[in-house]
Design a protein around this ligand. Structure first.
Ligand SMILES: NC(=O)C1=CN([C@@H]2O[C@H](COP(=O)(O)OP(=O)(O)OC[C@H]3O[C@@H](n4cnc5c(N)ncnc54)[C@H](OP(=O)(O)O)[C@@H]3O)[C@@H](O)[C@H]2O)C=CC1
Ligand SMILES: Nc1nc(=O)c2c([nH]1)NC[C@@H]1CN(c3ccc(C(=O)N[C@@H](CCC(=O)O)C(=O)O)cc3)C=[N+]21
Length: 301
């Protein structure tokens, strides 16, 4: 039987409706949640995502602003922009779109953002909180979105073998940190694979839940998947396609049709994890605004 599709657009809409409600409640208290995205350079894919984030903010009744800086912006200037946003009480969330140009040290940029405004969850303080299971940190949006998707799709995670492909600090590692936590939507036994992993298929075939975040178009094939597995495809890859008006199409890291024939549930690309990432960004921003009202918790910084 072919796999059930997990509809990321529908689950994201549900998250966004809740965000809009929370934003409304905050506005009644005189606080409009605000996200500022900083885009350095003019990479077309980045420009598209940044536009989508701004639009999503507005739809949820939040303030969404984008600061666009030229690719030649010196690192010190970007850091000064972040300092200004850190100090601005109307800005609850700050996101610097990645990747930044090569002459800028991304880690330095991430560390400059006030952890209480780091709605990307990339700051070491938040990464640490996710690892120790401290609920008042911000979890990175993509893995947090995957966790919500699993729950909304009714996937039992407790005691399951989860295999994650990819060990990046924005997807693979925090995904593992979330799934090894004890409690709802977690309690998995986790394996992380990467480019040095030997016998990849032997690992992936053991997965009850397989999460692909490697950035290799359609690399995960049916023979790598256990029958009945839940397959989450994080990959967003542009492949040339002359039949498309824009000259390319978007595919995931999973060969969808053949894997769907074997899995029990699967996320499509597009329309899967991507929309969840944006929804979780809004959710983190609303929470940042709520925390700003409540005051900074002890030891938050
Ligand atoms: N849907 C969404 O919202 C988002 C989607 N993405 C997409 O997810 C994918 C991954 O992103 P990101 O984590 O940033 O990517 P990175 O390039 O930072 O990391 C890729 C990871 O995959 C591993 N890898 C690469 N090739 C192989 C292979 N052949 N076998 C096993 N492991 C391999 C790498 O291993 P090693 O460490 O050894 O190099 C690395 O750990 C991309 O397609 C990206 O576009 C990313 C963020 C958000
Ligand atoms: N500081 C920072 N934070 C990020 O969260 C961040 C980033 N930098 N840099 C780039 C990656 C990538 N990313 C995506 C967000 C949404 C979709 C998304 O909505 N995709 C749609 C549309 C895909 C398309 O048509 O291009 C979908 O999958 O259906 C995809 C990818 C966030 N990222």
């Amino acid at each position: 039987m072919p796999a059930e599709r997990i509809d990321g657009v529908a689950i994201a809409a549900k998250v966004r409706a809740k965000v809009a409600q929370d934003a409304e409640a905050l506005k009644a208290k005189g606080v409009t949640p605000g996200l500022t995205v900083v885009l350095v350079g003019d990479d077309p894919a980045s420009a598209f995502y940044v536009g989508a984030k701004e639009k999503a903010c507005k739809e949820a009744g939040m303030n969404g602003e984008t600061i666009r800086l030229p690719a030649s912006t010196p690192e010190a200037e970007l850091l000064a922009v972040i300092d200004k946003l850190n100090a601005d009480p109307a800005v609850h969330g700050i996101l610097v779109q990645m990747p930044v140009p090569k002459h800028i040290d991304a880690q330095k940029v991430i560390r400059r953002i006030d952890p209480m405004k780091d709605v990307d969850g990339f700051h070491p303080v938040n990464a640490g909180k996710v690892l120790i299971g401290d609920a008042d940190g911000f979890a990175p949006c993509t893995p947090a979105g995957v966790q919500v998707m699993l729950q909304e799709a009714g996937v039992e995670t407790s005691g399951k073998e989860a295999v994650i492909l990819g060990r990046s600090t924005i997807v693979g590692k925090p995904m593992a940190a979330l799934l090894i936590q004890s409690g709802k939507g977690a309690d998995c036994t986790v394996t992380i694979c990467h480019s040095r992993t030997k016998n990849l298929a032997e690992h992936t075939r053991r997965a009850d839940i397989l999460i692909a975040a490697i950035g290799k178009p359609e690399m995960v094939t049916a023979d790598m998947v256990k029958p009945g597995a839940v397959v989450i495809d994080v990959g967003i890859n542009r492949v040339d396609d002359a039949s498309q008006k824009r000259g390319y199409r978007i595919v995931g890291d999973v060969k969808f049709d053949e894997v769907a024939a074997r899995a029990s549930k699967i996320t499509p690309v597009p329309g899967g994890v991507g929309p969840m990432t944006i929804a979780m960004l809004l959710a983190n921003t609303v929470r940042a605004a709520q925390l700003s009202l409540a005051g900074t918790p002890e030891g938050a910084r």
